[in-house]
Design a protein around this ligand. Structure first.
Ligand code: AVJ
Length: 315
């Protein structure tokens, strides 16, 4: 299943590309990374030796699944925000016997259907209630789910794509959607040695570069774009003051390229900003969650303190 940002809204994509490339500081949204090609490149990233987040989070979930779900009984629905490949959810579902239902939220109906079919085979007793929605917009849970107990699951450090202010707004919206007594289990990448961070976003095999460049390839495929992919290079830097990895595509020379019916010029060395990936110390994330009205409870980390899984409660 694809990232929750996944979408193929053609009008939205074209409008966002035109807007982003018309700015003095050019930018493209990371939500457009995840078409079929981009999702498969991201899958490849999660298996790279230097890309630690997926392995670290999986290890945390495997070590603590029972604890993480304790108290989640037969009235509980597990609601997932942006379900990735669903592999992490399966770790929880394996230990979460007695859950009333699993409700994955995704913007892509086809991905949801695929997940539903796969989970139906693996967990025949589990009710799966897919919800087609953009959880970064406003949304409400179906009545029958909201009535019972709800545990939200938001893995993968997707929250890191939002600025802390946006993250706080999104966490508040999730809190309202889960309702009183709601609980959220959320995966957040930790601050660490910048060299380690940089290695995770600059792999020697160039998979991350291909993932980044796929944005331009996608514009070529879907919006009749004329980007020469060899004319742009992948860049990932760590901005310690902001606490974020920034990815960019940097023009190797002066060039012009067409996108969505308009021509854009690029100076040599000019960058298109494509992604922020914020990193949080445990206490920083707890403060962000508090600002959104949550009460932070337990936190789990892996042995090397690379990644964190937080439990948040809604009073
Ligand atoms: C899916 C947003 C968590 O920020 O690490 C991986 C995406 N970008 N390599 C991340 C990503 C470059 C990833 N998230």
């Amino acid at each position: 299943m694809e990232n929750a940002f996944a979408s193929t809204w053609p009008e939205g994509f074209a409008a966002d590309v035109l807007d982003g490339l018309s700015r003095p500081s050019k930018r493209l949204s990371c939500r457009y990374f995840y078409d079929a090609e981009g999702s498969s490149l991201f899958d490849e990233i999660t298996r790279l030796p230097d890309y630690y987040p997926t392995r670290a989070e999986t290890a945390i979930l495997e070590a603590h699944a029972a604890e993480i779900l304790d108290g989640a009984g037969e009235e509980t629905t597990l609601v997932e925000f942006g379900s990735g490949s669903c592999r992490k959810t399966e770790i929880l579902l394996e230990r979460g016997d007695g859950l009333a239902a699993y409700a994955p939220i995704d913007i892509c109906a086809a991905a949801l259907e695929e997940a539903r079919a796969r989970l139906a085979r693996r967990f025949p007793d589990l009710r799966v209630l897919p919800i087609v929605a953009d959880f970064s917009a406003s949304f409400a849970l179906p009545r029958e789910i909201a009535r019972g107990r709800v545990v939200g699951f938001f893995p993968g450090s997707t929250i890191g794509n939002f600025t802390p202010a946006e993250a706080s707004l999104l966490l508040a919206a999730i809190r309202r959607a889960l309702g009183p007594g709601g609980r959220l289990v959320i995966g957040v990448d930790l601050k660490k040695d910048p060299a380690r961070l940089l290695a995770a976003y600059n792999d020697p095999r160039g998979v991350t570069a291909a993932f980044n460049l796929n944005l331009l390839a996608r514009i070529n495929r879907e919006l009749g774009g004329g980007f020469d992919l060899d004319g742009f290079g992948h860049q990932a830097i760590y901005d310690a003051a902001e606490g974020r990895i920034e990815m960019r595509l940097v023009s190797r020379r002066w060039q012009q390229a067409e996108a969505a019916g308009r021509a854009f010029g690029f100076r040599r060395g000019e960058a298109i900003h494509t992604e922020n990936s914020y990193k949080y110390a445990v206490d920083e994330f707890r403060a962000t969650a508090r600002a959104a009205g949550w009460s932070p409870r337990r936190v789990w980390t892996d042995e090397a303190a690379l990644f964190s899984v937080h439990e948040l409660l809604s009073a």
